[in-house]
Design a protein around this ligand. Structure first.
Ligand code: HQG
Length: 192
């Protein structure tokens, strides 16, 4: 099914562009996001169309099939936003959530020394991103290089007063993780 494959590849390219717009740079498509990250669907489509052909049904397919459920429409489908990952300030109106005992953060080995010294910092993004399982964390880490995974003593952090949020697509968010709550997982856990 050659055609189908090519079509998917196209949608992936467009999806990456949508991520870039909705999380980092709406002005690149000549649009704006409101304080909660929402933007008008028709305006987004017009903005993307300057670069790639897309219509409403293709956008719906991207949102529906996204492997990480990165985007959400509002109730009446007139607006869209990214569920997490923003670098600009946005109020996603996420309620504080009680984290499980342990969460996971995947990163690259080359960041380990700095992380063990400074803890996890949010960098460009609004929050540090944590995964609910080690397997996901390995994948996140691999994006940056040879993966290493840290366990985060999340329940203890929470008891110590740090707030946690759970995004609509299951990513745990917190502002920073001090080094004392981190523990590097063994190599055998991260090379699979
Ligand atoms: C590292 C993807 C040195 C941190 C994923 C990470 C995620 C430090 C990098 C989402 C540090 C930032 C976010 C310190 C943190 N010293 N390095 N003190 N503290 N770092 O991409 O968590 O596919 O901004 O370990 O699935 O990798 O885009 O964050 O390696 O959920 O939807 O600084 O992006 O989702 O990198 O990934 P990122 P991330 P998408």
């Amino acid at each position: 099914m050659k055609d189908k494959k090519e079509n998917n590849a196209d949608l992936t390219t467009i999806s990456k562009y949508i991520s870039f717009i909705l999380r980092h740079k709406p002005e690149a498509a000549g649009i704006q996001c409101d304080d909660h990250g929402w933007t008008n669907v028709d305006e987004l489509l017009a903005g993307i169309n300057k670069k790639y052909f897309i219509d409403r049904s293709m956008l719906e397919e991207i949102v529906r099939d996204d492997n990480k459920q990165r985007y959400a429409f509002n109730e009446d489908g007139t607006k869209i936003r990214a569920n997490q990952g923003h670098s600009f300030q946005v109020d996603l109106e996420l309620p504080e959530a009680e984290p499980p005992e342990i969460l996971y953060h995947g990163t690259a080995e080359r960041f380990a020394a700095s992380i063990e010294k400074q803890g996890l910092l949010r960098g460009e993004r609004q929050y540090v991103h944590l995964s609910a399982d080690a397997e996901t964390a390995v994948k996140v880490g691999r994006r940056h290089g040879k993966p290493v995974v840290y366990t985060v003593n999340a329940a203890q952090m929470n008891r110590d007063g740090y707030a946690f949020y759970l995004s609509a697509n299951g990513v745990w968010l917190t502002e920073a993780v001090p080094a004392e709550y981190l523990k590097k997982m063994g190599e055998q856990m991260t090379d699979g």
